[in-house]
Structures are given as structure tokens and as C-alpha cells.
Design a protein. Structure first.
Length: 644
């Protein structure tokens, strides 16, 4: 059949058939014909030639979660972050950033390699704390601790250069007109005259004690905030090594048997004693090679070239971070100088001063390590033997408690907890998330299968009881509920009284007479400025009312938790030009910075739209390994700019 198809594909009939298929695509469109679109990696973000796949997105988002956990001081799950839409916010910001970087690369904004290397050499974590010189091994180790490679770091630094240089260019040409500062200065130095009085709770009257019917209605109104979550009470059968358990002694026969089995892997590797000198250019490396081969010591060469020699004593090849340097060093003999080596940061020259041949390990040299290894295996084996006995007991019809007791497993009852692992007082329960997930996947009385918790530990879960989500009874929350109801009703009475008095003033009654009728004292002020000092002295309610209304208008507003203000704007005085002019130049730089920031953000959006950057929230959730709360279609990072 395959031969027949191959022969047909070479015939003139096949060529004609393919032409008809292509023509049909032109007529009906190709949106329904990409049968291979589901093959290949699924990208979470696509931005021109830049993309982020699932594993990379998960690794990046894991760093976001680590930062959140550090700030919150408690564990934060991917589910929690998705419920708060943190993943979509991160997706949009990364899509915009990658879209801009893809556009910038196409536009020719590309930093040189020397700029990136210079930036790497300025990072303190990559330098030897004693010599103060760049240390290739520290460089590799620091990157490994952050889950990064040198290629990833260099790409990040290139991206930072592109963004910073583009932003600097925007800032260099941006400067707001003086009229912008004049508007702000005029508003800041404008003064107003007004009169006002304070309406207190005594004037409005206090609410009587609520009835049960009123409290019940109030409880139902706030059901969403007062509803208690579902709690589950469970028992856990734990299969782990007992504390202070005495392991059986390891026999000499087992130790020798393990040594013979591991002998090839336990060999002492070949080691070299050598010195490396790293310089930024090939020409400098050639000069270092010539000086070393001429008989100068590495210390003399390092001093002449103002660099630091890095010494390695009895070092195996596996301990070297740069594979190119390792291969070159272990290809030299004693007292031999290498040619320039293209390392990850600059060029390296090595001189080997000693070679220690590899040798097989002896039984005595690895005895303690083998004993620890065998004991750990015995402990895990004993634990797993209990698991097998437990499963057999369950197959014989025993319930979880009886089976656990029969094999000597520990049975532990946990306090009530919610689906996200919180106790009734809101504190997190210190337990693996697998326990919470297993408990909420079972019904009351349900018992789980054995679950592997890792590190040779296992557990099984039984749901003892379920306390469904419910509203508290009126008797349970009567006192705090009555307090909140009273506060709300008093606030309503106070607001209504203030509006009643303000209505009389709007109807034409003099504000002084209205204040006197309410038993309030009238305050009169001229030349009030909208400043922090005025807010502290007069109160936020007065200041907001005076500067929120026009001349001749009446205002009301909350002055404190138990008072309202009613007032009248008598006059508005424009700022004095001689006083406002200096302020104009003071605020202009800040306005310029705000405008330039907005310009940069709009440029990023437009660049992302130009390369058609988009993301797929569904693929992001799939990469995180959780269930999506709702279907989320792929969305572009930014709207396309309007056509002119």
C-alpha cells in the first residue's frame, strides 16, 4: 500500500489533484483545513518569533508564587492564584513584554555581546569574595540555584538593555508643555470661602435595639460574607518510620555485595591541579599564552594583565562549571599551557601543574556511606512491607482503622479543615496538600487507596464527618450582628438628617438659621487652600465639599464615623500668578515622567499588537496542572491601534 501511494504521488495525476486542493483552499479559506495544527508543542505565549511553552511558563510562574508566599508568610497554591486571576495578569504583562521585544529585534534594536558580558561581570554574586575577581564556578553555581542557564541570563540581560534603551530614548525627547503645570499649580493655590456646620448623631437620633426579624433580614442580606465554609473531619493511616526505631544491623556480606555492585561507580576520578586566567578578548588570551609559555608564572602574568589567577587543587572534571574549560584542562599533561579557550564569559587560558590519576575506591573508604545507603533502603522496605500488608488486610474486608492497627500503622485524627486547608480559626493546617485533595474527593465514610507522599512515606484517608457550609444561627452571632445593624441604621439616620438640612438651604433658607435650628455651631472661613494642612485642620468632609462644588452650591458629606457636614461655597479665588509660576517649573519634571511612562506603555502595547502577540489562558492552566474554573479563550495582549 505504501509503495502504491509513493508511485501515485510521483504521477501527473497526483500533481493535478494537489493543485485542485490548493485551489479549494483559496476559494473556501484555510481556517478549517489545518489538520496538523494540533501537533507540536502548545505555546502559552506567542509573540512573533518569541514564545513561551508550558514548562517554561510553569517555571516562571513558580517564581511568582515563591515571591507571593514570601510576602504573605504562608503557602500559596496555583489554585489560589488562578482564583485571583493572577495568572491572567501575569500572562498579559509577559505577552506585552515579549511582543515588544520581538518587534524591537525586528526593528534592529539589538545590544552588542560586549554590553551583555560587561553587565554579567558587574553582578557581585559571580565574583570570588576573597580575590574580588570574576569566578566562573560561582557564576555557574549562582545560576543553578536560580534554576537558570547562562543562555537564559544573557537573553534576560539583552531584553533589559532593549527595554531600558528604548525607554531612555522616549524620556530624552519628552517634555510636557508649561500649561500642564500651570493647571496643577492653579488648582493647588486656588482658595475658597465657605460656611458649614456639623450634624451629629444626637441631632439625627439613634436607632432603637433591633428586633429578631430585623436581625434575621440583616443576616440574610450579608449571607455571602457570613456563610461558613464546608469543613471535613478525617482520620489518616500513616505509614512512615517510627521515631527512634532501631534498624537491624547491616551484615558484612551485604556491605561487600553492595560494594562489588557499586565498585565501578565509586572509582576516584582523575584530578588536576591547575591555574586559569580569564580575559575578555582573544588577543589578550594569545598574549597570556605567550607569556606563560615563555616561562612566566601565572601570578606574574595575572599581575601584568591586571587580572586574577584562579587556582584549582586536585579538582575532578565534573566539578568544573564550563564544559569547554574542563575538556581543555583534562586534555593537557603536567606543566602544559592550553591554547585560548572560548569560555562562556570571555577567553580562558589554563596551565596544568599536577595530575593525579584516578583510582578505584576501597571498601574501607566508602564503608560508612554504603551502610547509610543500606539502612535507608531497609527503612523504606519495612515501610512498604507494612503498606502491602495493609492492602492485603483491606482486600480481606477490614476497614481502614482495623487494617492500620493490624499492621502497626499510626492512626491520626485531624481537626476540621476547609478545602484549602484552613482551620476554623482561619489558620493554615500544616499538612501536605494531597491530604486536602483526597479528603474532598471522598464522600462521608469514604476511604482512599494508599497515597504515596514521597520519601518512602505513604498514607490513606478516611472521611469521618462532613460539616456542610451554612449560615450561623441568630443566637450565635446576635451580639456582633446587632452592633453592625445599629451602626448601619445610625449612619442612615445621620445621612438623612444632613440631606434634610441641606435641602432647606438649597430651597433658599439662610445657612445660619438652619444651623441654629439644628443646634449646630456655624463655622466661617475665607481663603481655604486645598492642602494637607487644611485637610488636617478642617477635616476631609469639609475640604472635599468646598473644592468639589461650584460657587453658591450646597454640599454634604461624612466628616467622621459619627458626624456629617453641611456647607455652602461662598466664593472662589483664582491663584496668584506670581506665586503659581515657581510651582509650575517644580511639577513639570514629575508630569514629564508620568507622560513618558504612559508613552512607553502605549508603545509596548502597539508593538505587541504589531507582531500579533497573544496568549492562551487555557494552555497556561493546563501547564500549571490544575482545573480551570471556567473556559478562557485565547486573547491578544493589546488592542490594535486605531487606523488613521
Amino acid at each position: 500500500m505504501i509503495t502504491l501511494f509513493r508511485n501515485f504521488s510521483k504521477s501527473k495525476w497526483a500533481a493535478g489533484l494537489f493543485a485542485l486542493i490548493i485551489l479549494s483552499f483559496l476559494i473556501v479559506g484555510g481556517s478549517q483545513t489545518d489538520v496538523f495544527s494540533s501537533f507540536g508543542p502548545k505555546h502559552v505565549i506567542d509573540a512573533g518569533e518569541r514564545s513561551v511553552d508550558g514548562p517554561r511558563f510553569r517555571a516562571d510562574f513558580e517564581r511568582v508564587r515563591a515571591n507571593l508566599q514570601e510576602q504573605a508568610g504562608r503557602p500559596v497554591s496555583f489554585d489560589d492564584m488562578v482564583k485571583e486571576n493572577i495568572h491572567t495578569q501575569y500572562l498579559d504583562s509577559q505577552t506585552q513584554r515579549l511582543g515588544f521585544l520581538a518587534w524591537a529585534w525586528n526593528a534592529g534594536i539589538r545590544p552588542g555581546k560586549e554590553l551583555v558580558l560587561k553587565q554579567i561581570r558587574q553582578i557581585p554574586a559571580f565574583f570570588n569574595q576573597v580575590s574580588g575577581q570574576f569566578d566562573q564556578d560561582r557564576y555557574e553555581q549562582a545560576l543553578a540555584e536560580q534554576g537558570m542557564t547562562s543562555e537564559m541570563l544573557e537573553q534576560d540581560l539583552r531584553d533589559q538593555y532593549v527595554a531600558s534603551q528604548f525607554g531612555a530614548a522616549v524620556f530624552a525627547g519628552a517634555r510636557v508643555p508649561r500649561i500642564y503645570g500651570a493647571l496643577l499649580a492653579g488648582q493647588a493655590l486656588e482658595t475658597r470661602d465657605g460656611r458649614w456646620f456639623t450634624v451629629t448623631q444626637a441631632m439625627a437620633g439613634s436607632a432603637p435595639a433591633p428586633t429578631d426579624a430585623q436581625l434575621t433580614a440583616f443576616l440574610n442580606e450579608n449571607a455571602a460574607q457570613l456563610r461558613r465554609p464546608e469543613f471535613r473531619m478525617i482520620s489518616i493511616a500513616l505509614f512512615n518510620p517510627a521515631p527512634n526505631s532501631q534498624a537491624a544491623p547491616i551484615t558484612e556480606e551485604r556491605i561487600r555485595e553492595r560494594f562489588e555492585f557499586r565498585k565501578a561507580a565509586l572509582i576516584n576520578p582523575e584530578k588536576r591541579t591547575f591555574v586559569t586566567l580569564t580575559v575578555p578578548t582573544k588577543a589578550a588570551a594569545d598574549r597570556v599564552v605567550a607569556e606563560l609559555r615563555a616561562g612566566k608564572t601565572p601570578t606574574e602574568v595575572a599581575a601584568a594583565n591586571k587580572i586574577e589567577a584562579a587556582a584549582y587543587n586536585d579538582t575532578p572534571q565534573s566539578a568544573l562549571g564550563d564544559p569547554a574549560v574542563g575538556a581543555a584542562v583534562f586534555g593537557l599533561s603536567a606543566n602544559q599551557v592550553s591554547n585560548p579557550i572560548q569560555s562562556r564569559v570571555g577567553f580562558t587560558v589554563a596551565k596544568v601543574t599536577g595530575v593525579t590519576a584516578g583510582a578505584p575506591a576501597t571498601l574501607e573508604s566508602v564503608r560508612s556511606a554504603l551502610i547509610d545507603e543500606l539502612r535507608a533502603e531497609d527503612v523504606k522496605g519495612a515501610t512498604y512491607a507494612k503498606v502491602e500488608q495493609y492492602e492485603k488486610a483491606r482486600q480481606d474486608g477490614k476497614n481502614m482503622a482495623d487494617a492500620a492497627q493490624a499492621v502497626g500503622a499510626r492512626l491520626v485524627q485531624l481537626p476540621p479543615f476547609t478545602a484549602d486547608g484552613r482551620l476554623p480559626d482561619g489558620q493554615p493546617l500544616n499538612a501536605p496538600r494531597q491530604i486536602f485533595e483526597s479528603a474532598y474527593a471522598l464522600s462521608k465514610g469514604g476511604e482512599s487507596d494508599i497515597i504515596d507522599a514521597g520519601e518512602g512515606q505513604y498514607f490513606a484517608v478516611r472521611v469521618d464527618d462532613i460539616r456542610p457550609a451554612s449560615l450561623p444561627t441568630l443566637a450565635e452571632v446576635r451580639a456582633p450582628l446587632a452592633q453592625q445593624w445599629t451602626l448601619r441604621e445610625n449612619a442612615r439616620r445621620l445621612s438623612a438628617k444632613a440631606e434634610e438640612l441641606a435641602g432647606r438651604i438649597r430651597a433658599g433658607e439662610d445657612i445660619a438659621k438652619v444651623a441654629a435650628s439644628a443646634g449646630a455651631q456655624l463655622s466661617t472661613r475665607a481663603g481655604v487652600q486645598q492642602s494637607q494642612a487644611s485637610q488636617t485642620e478642617l477635616g476631609e468632609g469639609v475640604l472635599r465639599g468646598l473644592f468639589g462644588q461650584g460657587k453658591g452650591q450646597v454640599f454634604t458629606g461624612a466628616q467622621s464615623a459619627n458626624s456629617f457636614v453641611v456647607g455652602h461655597v461662598d466664593a472662589i479665588h483664582a491663584a496668584v500668578p506670581a506665586l503659581a509660576a515657581p510651582l509650575v517649573e517644580q511639577v513639570r519634571p514629575r508630569l514629564t515622567q508620568a507622560m513618558a511612562n504612559a508613552m512607553v506603555e502605549q508603545s509596548f502595547n502597539a508593538a505587541a499588537a504589531r507582531v500579533k502577540a497573544k496568549n492562551d489562558p487555557a494552555a497556561a492552566i493546563l501547564a500549571l496542572g490544575i482545573e480551570a474554573p471556567a473556559a478562557a479563550p485565547a486573547a491578544p495582549a493589546a488592542p490594535a491601534p486605531a487606523k488613521k
